[in-house]
Design a protein around this ligand. Structure first.
Ligand code: ATP
Ligand code: MG
Length: 594
């Protein structure tokens, strides 16, 4: 197919869109691939749509290859199934809720577990019908709090979502593995550098879950890896607790005056001066931080988190741990409700041994501690009295927390939970997410089949997503340069961009002929036939990012044209009679390599 630039519905822009934060967003808009319709909502123009369709095709082929069958569900959905699983409420403000003319509540689907579960329940009833994997490539709606970076985080976006149905756990494991391998092939074919990391299941429920992250400095996700092969989203890191020790070995609790010492640094200075027999560091102190937890239905409850003083509560880890509830730091108003708490000197226990934090205490504030705060460890913490701290506050003797909450920040150099070496941190874009849902949805919606013994059993499910529109941006993010987009051959809207420069009829005639011949050989060709200056045409070709560029211009008089590679910027002269063969050979080799 040949597209003539004089006819193509596209305008390149000289200036960055005002809200562009990342290269993919800037270039996809400037090159005329997408246009913003509303915050987080984009229209696809011809060039962008072609890339999107190529991504879809790769995803489709790999899903078909594992025997998944394509279907398509509506985006506009009834409330009841989502009510049955609790997600009508749990999704909170992220859910687009709509009301029809009869006053019936509906929603725009953020993901479709409920609908697929009900469809299979409608049609199937025996173990003989399983295993089954279904998928769709479809538009999703989420009223994201912070739509950003163009296609990377939209409020309307395209997802491939698939769902597996098995009669037993071994079947689920096999379906999960097949998806995992299909995803590896998808992201390899997209040319993305990616890592597979352990993930949190989040609002989805279920157990095992992994994410596929495209390694990218602009990514919103932080992940860790160790030399020994541990890899996890930072939200999913579970700190390995140290061994418990006998409380009898711990020092007795003692009071130390800490005038004006409202900060950990100030407390440490006093400790190291007054108790010099050892060196005190932030890791010896227990910091207590208060949050107000807000459930999706609006109810509020206070939560105290105790963690080593050299660590901070990581907002994303906290968010992931509490989801679907959200946490907000305690305000002055919140503190007023708890006059027993002495801000700056808070402690789970007071000097006289009475509990201050914890469900059993005077405040009744739930108290959860970091995994490092195990029985037998002893800490310096506030005395819950102004200008005083306590030393030797021992877990299991002086206080016991209500539970563990693993939300402290994870740092470069921390030991991996599996002991496989020090962690390094990097950033990535979540491209795909695979979950073993188990029986949560099937149970809530009553999806059962008869097993081999004629007994009704609940089906076990997996759910698997790929961000298809996000993938367009992630590839652009990884490949674009300071001049514009720069597509791999497999995803480019057109493989070859033929440019006629100059005025001669002959030049345009020859350029047209080359374009036609390439087209006849099965190449997708964009032909710049416009009456514009060479400078404009070259700049546009760089912004639009086709991998192979053929320039037909002055050299034609000497029987040569120019072959350019967008990725490397390399140019060479090729005899006009050889250009088609050269281009085809370059394409057959997978296109120009960066
Ligand atoms: P994130 O943590 O980035 O919000 P998620 O965990 O909510 O993602 P899933 O519900 O697992 O994502 O959705 C499956 C895939 O859909 C994700 O891996 C991602 O590629 C894509 N995706 C999710 N939300 C968006 C969005 N707002 N815009 C574009 N793609 C998205
Ligand atoms: Mg999300």
């Amino acid at each position: 197919m040949i597209a003539k630039l004089s006819q193509l519905f596209v305008r390149t822009l000289r200036d960055d869109p005002a809200d562009a934060e990342v290269p993919s967003h800037r270039w996809l808009v400037r090159a005329g691939y997408i246009r913003r319709a509303a915050p987080g909502i984009y229209s696809w123009l011809p060039l962008g749509l072609k890339v999107l369709q190529k991504v879809e095709q790769i995803v489709r082929e790999e899903m078909d290859a594992i025997g998944a069958q394509e279907v398509r569900f509506p985006a506009l959905l009834p409330r009841e199934p989502y009510e049955a699983t609790g997600r009508w409420t749990d999704y909170g403000d992220n859910l687009f809720r709509v009301v029809d003319r009869k006053g019936t509540d509906m929603l725009l689907g953020p993901t479709h577990e409920e609908m697929f579960t009900l469809m299979v329940k409608d049609l199937y009833n025996s173990y003989k019908d399983l295993p089954l994997s279904l998928y769709q490539i479809q538009t999703k709606y989420r009223d994201e709090a912070r739509p950003r970076a163009g296609l990377l985080r939209g409020r309307e976006f395209i997802m491939k979502d698939s769902y597996s149905f098995d009669v037993d756990d071994a079947g689920l494991e096999a379906s999960y593995q097949r998806h995992r391998e299909a995803y590896q092939r998808i992201f390899e074919r997209l040319g993305l550098e990616f890592v597979i990391v352990s993930a949190m299941a989040g609002a989805m429920g279920g157990s095992r879950s992994e994410e596929f992250l495209a390694v990218a400095a602009n990514g919103e996700d932080t992940f860790v890896r160790s030399p020994g092969g541990y890899a996890a989203n930072v939200e999913a890191v579970r700190v390995a607790p140290p061994a418990e020790t006998p409380v009898e070995d711990a020092p007795t609790m003692a009071v130390i005056d800490t005038p004006q010492a409202g900060s950990i640094a100030a407390v440490l200075e006093i400790l190291n001066r007054e108790l010099p027999e050892r060196t005190w560091s932030g890791a010896d102190t227990l910091k207590n931080v208060l949050f107000m937890v807000i459930e999706p239905d609006g109810t509020k409850r206070p939560l105290a988190i105790g963690l080593p003083g050299d660590r901070e509560v990581d907002a994303k880890r906290l968010e992931a741990a509490l989801e679907p509830a959200v946490a907000e730091p305690f305000t002055d108003e919140d503190f007023k409700q708890f006059p027993d708490l002495v801000v700056g000197f808070m402690s789970p226990v007071s000097i006289d041994g009475a509990r201050v934090l914890g469900k059993e205490s005077s405040t009744k504030i739930e108290y959860l501690t970091d995994p490092r705060v195990v029985t037998g460890t002893h800490w310096v913490t506030g005395a819950n009295v102004r200008d005083q701290h306590l030393t030797g506050v021992t877990v299991g003797r002086d206080f016991t927390a209500d539970g563990v909450l693993d939300v402290a920040d994870v740092r470069e150099g921390d030991e991996a939970p599996d002991g496989s070496g020090p962690l390094t941190l990097a950033r990535g874009i979540e491209m795909g997410h695979i979950f073993q849902l188990g029986r949560k949805y099937a149970e809530a919606l009553g999806l059962k089949v008869l097993d081999q013994n004629g007994k009704l059993v609940t089906v076990t499910m997996g759910s698997y997503g790929v961000g298809v529109s996000r993938a367009v941006a992630a590839v652009a993010e990884a490949t674009s340069d300071e001049k514009g987009l720069n597509w791999p051959l497999s995803l480019a809207p057109y493989q070859v961009h033929v440019i006629a420069t100059g005025k001669g009829e002959e030049i345009f005639g020859e350029a047209q002929r080359i374009a036609e011949e390439l087209d006849a050989q099965g190449m997708d060709v964009l032909y710049d036939d416009r009456k514009a200056s060479p400078g404009v045409k070259f700049a546009d070709s760089e912004v639009m990012g086709m991998p192979i560029i053929v320039v037909v211009g002055r050299g034609l008089a000497d029987g040569v044209v120019e072959l350019r590679e967008r990725a490397s910027g390399e140019k060479r002269e090729v005899a006009v009679g050889d250009i088609v063969t050269e281009v085809i050979a370059l394409a057959a080799a997978g296109g120009p390599q960066a």
